[in-house]
Design a protein around this ligand. Structure first.
Ligand SMILES: [Zn+2]
Length: 265
């Protein structure tokens, strides 16, 4: 079952702060997408076990696997296990955000142990509530980041409706939005970084973008990407930030060299 989610004051303020960066850059104001709080099994998990009804205990076992820290093993906790930005052209074309209660609460408790090592043991109940609140905020900002990428009209009144196959850039972008929103809040940023330690590589790309202080440059390039018909990959985006070469030209060269590779020139 899913119910409409009421944003807390802190969540509203962080979202407002993030959006103000875009409104100052000429983006058009929009009402926020619908946000839901769901006790359902997230589709990313359900899809892996299509013929199985997943019990709560089964779900916790799957999550343990995802967050277990084994050296040299790929980390697996995708943000999309905790929340999604879901859009279906024609049905909910502006997209909706769903936050998954069971996975946020379970992973929040786990991450609380990493986030709050300075508190005494008997503070564990406060720890849990704090950690769950922090994790939900991070997931929410990440999904708002996807909504901004897709739906928020820019100064040219353009949206990004053709963003299929840009996976590594999109995840780096959504993570970067969390960093921008939490800027000036070092303890929340530290929590976000600890959370990202249990995430797959694709969620680490933001680290290459977060230290670029010229946000205008990133936003201008992002707008340029919306007009590009070919998928944007993170490496090309970064190359364009640093060299100033138009993304169109970088993608063109890349396609040329990929093609040369396939036909053995
Ligand atoms: Zn994402």
């Amino acid at each position: 079952m899913k119910t409409e989610y009421q944003l807390s004051t802190q969540e509203s303020e962080q979202i407002k702060k993030l959006l103000s960066i875009f409104y100052q850059a000429g983006f058009k104001e929009q009402k926020l997408p619908e946000i839901y709080w769901s006790d359902e099994i997230p589709p990313q998990i359900q899809q892996k076990y299509p013929n199985k009804e997943i019990t709560d205990l089964g779900l916790y076992g799957i999550l343990d696997e995802m967050i277990e820290e084994k050296k040299n093993q790929e980390k697996k906790l995708a943000t999309e296990v905790l929340g999604i930005y879901d859009y279906k052209p024609g049905e909910n074309k502006e997209g909706i955000i769903i936050l998954y209660k069971k996975t946020i609460e379970y992973c929040g408790k786990y991450l609380g142990k990493k986030w709050l090592t300075h508190l005494p043991d008997d503070a564990h109940i406060i720890n849990d509530n704090y950690a769950i609140t922090q994790l939900r905020l991070i997931v929410l900002l990440h999904e708002i980041g996807h909504w901004i990428a897709h739906w928020l009209p820019d100064k040219n009144n353009t949206r990004w409706l053709n963003m299929k196959d840009c996976t590594d850039f999109h995840e780096a972008w959504a993570q970067l939005m969390v960093v921008w929103a939490l800027h000036g809040n070092p303890s929340a940023l530290e929590d976000f970084e600890k959370f990202s330690e249990v995430q797959p590589d694709i969620y680490q790309g933001y680290k290459k973008l977060k230290d670029i202080s010229n946000r205008d440059k990133i936003i201008d390039l992002f707008i340029e990407c919306r007009n590009e018909k070919n998928p944007i990959d993170l490496a090309s985006f970064i190359l364009s930030v640093y060299t100033g070469e138009p993304i169109k030209d970088i993608l063109h060269k890349k396609r040329g060299s990929n093609l040369a590779g396939t036909i053995g020139i």
